[in-house]
Design a binder for this molecule. Sequence first.
Ligand code: ZN
Length: 69
Amino acid sequence: MTEHRTATHPNRPKRRLTTVSVERPRCPACGGIQLRKYRSIRDQGDGSALWWVQCQDDACGHRFRVLLE
Ligand SMILES: [Zn+2]
């Protein structure tokens, strides 16, 4: 490492950070957000993860998978 430029420079202009939003997964059957993960693959080999979840809505209980790319 030979660069000592920006890390603590006092005159460095403040840059607004870009905001990237990530939606919470919702039940495709009822739209609920109370989900229980009962199985998961943390890394499928390409950096993506897969969850098996069940909707915790009493009247729904739908099971589905969530892919986190
Ligand atoms: Zn549901």
